[in-house]
Structures are given as C-alpha cells and as structure tokens.
Design a protein around this ligand. Structure first.
Ligand SMILES: Cc1cc2nc3c(=O)[nH]c(=O)nc-3n(C[C@H](O)[C@H](O)[C@H](O)COP(=O)(O)OP(=O)(O)OC[C@H]3O[C@@H](n4cnc5c(N)ncnc54)[C@H](O)[C@@H]3O)c2cc1C
Length: 407
C-alpha cells in the first residue's frame, strides 16, 4: 500500500483519486476549496457536457494540441468507458446534438456526486480548505506536501490543479509553479475556447444578435486557419458562441491579428448563384421598395444596415435602380461578411487554458514525469486541449484514470 497525495478535487483529481484508491493505496485529496468540483459545477451551463459518445479516434480528432500524446489513454479509458463508469455509478446519461453526453438530471453537481461516491467507496480521504503551497522531493525518496497548517509525506503525488482560466473556481495555475520548481518545461499559457475581440465600429448595433446555421472562417495570408458551421453571437466586445470558441482554439498562437481575415457566411447553404436568384425573387416581391426594406425576408433586421454598409450600397436605393453589380456586391457581403479581429479575450475567460506542462516530459501511458519518478500530472495542467463537445472533461478523466491506476 502506497501513500498517494492528489492535489485538486476537480474532474481529473477525482478520477485519479478513485483509480489509485481502488488499487488499495492510501489516498488523500488536498483541495483548496471547501468542496469538490467547483469548475465541474459550471460546465455545460450547469448541465455538464461530461463526455462525448464517440470512439477513441473520434475523441482524438477533437483534440487540438498533442492528440498523439493522448492516444494511449484515450484507448485505456475511452469516452465509452467513461459513460459506462458513470452509469454503473448510478448516473443516468443522455446523448444530445453532436453526441454530447449530459446527465439526464441536467445537473452538473450530479456528476461530481457520482465521482465522489466512487472515491468514498475506494477509501479516499478528502481534505477540503487545504491549499498545497509547496511540493518537495525527499532525498530518500517520496515527497513532502506543504500546506499552511501542516505537511504530509507521500510516496507519489498526482498534480491535478487545472489551468488558470476561471480562477474563481480554484484553478489558479499552481500546478505550473510546482512543475517549474522541479525544473520542468511549461509551455506558454494561452486562452482556448474564448470569444474574439473585434473592431466594433461596424458591428456595434449587432450586440445580442444570435445566429444559427452560419459559417465562420479565418484565413491567414490566404491560408485557411479554420472554418466552423453552427451558432454564434455578437457581444459587447465582438463575437462569441460555439463556432467562435472553436475557432479561437486555432487562432490562439496568432501574434498579429491584423493578418487574420475573419469572415462570416450568413447563408452557407446557398451558393452565390442560388443566393442571387433568391435575392432576385425578393426584389420582385418588393419591387417598389428601397433595398433596406427588400431584404427583410433574407436577413435579421439588425444585420441589414451593417451588411449594406459593408457592401457599399445606399440603404435607400430603390429596387428598380438595383443593377446586377449591386446584387453581386450584396451576395459577396452576405457570403463573406468581414470582421476586423483584434485579439482573443483574456485567458481568465477561456473555457480552457492551452499550453502547460510539456507532454514530452510525461509518460503517455502513466502520466508520470519521466525525470521524477512518483510525480504525475493530469488534466488541464498538461499541454493538451480540445474543442467543445465534452472532450476537455474526457481529457481530465482519461489522464486522471491512467495516472491513478499507475501509481
Ligand atoms: C464555463 C466552463 C464551462 C465548461 N464546460 C465544459 C463542458 O461542458 N464539457 C467539457 O468537457 N469541458 C468543459 N469545460 C472545461 C473543463 O471544465 C475543464 O477542462 C476540466 O474541469 C479540467 O479538469 P481538471 O481536473 O484538470 O481541473 P479543474 O477542474 O480546474 O480542477 C482543479 C482543482 O484543483 C484545485 N487546486 C488548484 N490548485 C490547488 C492547490 N494548490 N491546492 C489544492 N487544490 C488546488 C482547484 O481548486 C480545483 O478544484 C468548461 C470550462 C469552463 C470554465
């Protein structure tokens, strides 16, 4: 029986603690908050998109950075195994659009409760309100874990401290400092899955507008960076919503946003020719109107003036004066409305933190640090991140299981 300290009672920490405990180890979880799973509580807008009903390959395809590193543990503890694990633990699940998995109760806290039940069954002890301040390697082997009031000795330590996004949940980047103290490489921390700040002058009036079934595409010097179809919204700072969050994870290494060409296709289901025919039909219907009143069936009201302005078309242009050239300008703007991207939102607002402990230092089967036996890292503290859809929690569960099961 080994003495194991798990730092952090988030998704990865709870899973690691259970996996280590079920193998007969004496496990203590040190959590700075007064309870477990503070971040889990706010996931999926309080409903917790706990994983994705997909294969290990489907999971890996949705990992943005270091998918290869995740190959082993994605198979060892796959999304399917996670679903079975939760259901066997008494948590009924449902699958929604995009294979996103949620608890039937729609309560994120039920996911934490289920993980806690597993931990208690495996004999895990929880020390809440206990922030780990320092972590040291003992000369004779093992580690000393220092908190404000006391210190612990452990044969192995699993660092599950999360990233630095949403710091009010307790994830304040302590694990990066521990890694740094041990001389490990921590890759630059950058926001992922966050909103995109835009020059607001042309889109000020669009704040609050939500659009479904649109496509957003970013290019950098004519080369496509990414393109996503689905829902987005205009905010006080620029744009956000599911497809913008996904795109942000591909833009977060961009140094100079002035080189980014960001466009929205408001009618991705129609090619330019079909859209032109559709506009012609509307012009026929509204032949005695001005153009701003002839596109009301085509575009949401608040979009009309910004689109016409960007197309260089006077809103009061009578339909009978609309030339083919005007129609072409309109079609081009509807299919590729330009947004002037300025930056991403700050890292604290990212759904996840990208960057982190460089995975080349970590054994991908066990999550153990190659140069420091007995020291493990799992979850968001590692330089692994994924798109939305339940994949980030699955990263925490897969890596947490592999670490706990290996100590
Ligand atoms: C708003 C929001 C919505 C999200 N929705 C989803 C979703 O629906 N699906 C999905 O897959 N992902 C979602 N994510 C991402 C997902 O929540 C994280 O990737 C995941 O929780 C990471 O788990 P973790 O265990 O690595 O870290 P965390 O969950 O951040 O847990 C780290 C824990 O360590 C504790 N800790 C830190 N430092 C110390 C210390 N020094 N001593 C003691 N304890 C410490 C913290 O208090 C915290 O409890 C969402 C994130 C946010 C912010």
């Amino acid at each position: 029986m080994k003495k194991i300290s798990v730092i952090g009672a988030g998704a990865s920490g709870l899973m690691a603690a259970y996996a280590a405990g079920k193998n007969g180890n004496r496990v203590i979880v040190h959590e700075k908050n007064e309870k477990a799973g503070k971040k889990i509580y706010i996931t999926g807008k309080g409903r917790c998109n706990v994983t994705n009903d997909t294969t290990p390959e489907g999971f890996l395809e949705n990992i943005v950075r270091n998918a290869k590193f995740m190959t082993g543990c994605a198979h060892t503890f796959s999304p399917e195994r996670m679903m079975r694990f939760l259901e066997e633990g008494g948590l009924a699940l449902k699958v929604e659009r995009g294979n996103r998995v949620f608890p039937i109760s729609d309560k994120a806290s039920d996911v934490t409760k289920c993980l806690e039940r597993y931990c208690v069954g495996a004999g895990v002890s929880f020390h809440y309100g206990e922030e780990v301040l320092a972590l040291e390697r003992n000369a004779g082997g093992g580690f000393t874990i220092r908190t404000a009031k006391t210190q612990y000795e452990a044969d192995a330590v699993i660092v599950c401290t999360g990233g630095i996004s949403y710091p009010a949940t307790g994830s304040t980047g302590d694990g990066y400092a521990f890694a740094d103290k041990f001389g490990l490489k921590v890759n630059k921390l950058i926001p992922a899955l966050c909103g995109i700040v835009c020059e607001m002058s042309e889109i000020q009036s669009l704040q609050g507008l939500t659009l479904k079934n649109v496509r957003i595409t970013a290019k950098n010097v004519q080369k496509e960076v990414g393109s996503f179809f689905g829902e987005m919204l205009f905010t006080h700072f620029g744009v956000s919503g599911p497809i913008v969050l996904s795109l942000s994870s591909l833009l977060n290494t961009t140094e100079d946003f002035s080189s980014i060409d960001l466009r929205i296709d408001f009618k991705p289901a129609l090619d330019a020719e079909t859209l032109d025919r559709r506009i012609l039909r509307d012009f026929e219907k509204y032949k005695n109107k001005q153009i701003q009143n002839a596109v009301v069936d085509l575009l949401p009201k608040s979009l009309i003036l910004p689109v016409l302005r960007q197309a260089g078309i006077a809103p009061d242009l009578p339909i009978h004066s609309c030339s083919k050239k005007v129609r072409r300008q309109l079609v081009e703007t509807i299919k590729a409305f330009k947004l002037a991207a300025v930056s991403l939102r700050p890292i604290e607002e990212g759904i996840v933190t990208a960057g982190g402990v460089d995975v080349r230092q970590i054994n991908p089967k066990t999550m153990e640090c190659r140069s420091i036996p007995g020291l493990y890292f799992c979850g968001e503290v590692l330089d692994v991140d994924a798109f939305t859809g339940g994949f980030n929690l699955q990263i925490a569960f897969s890596t947490g299981f592999c670490a706990g099961n290996s100590v």
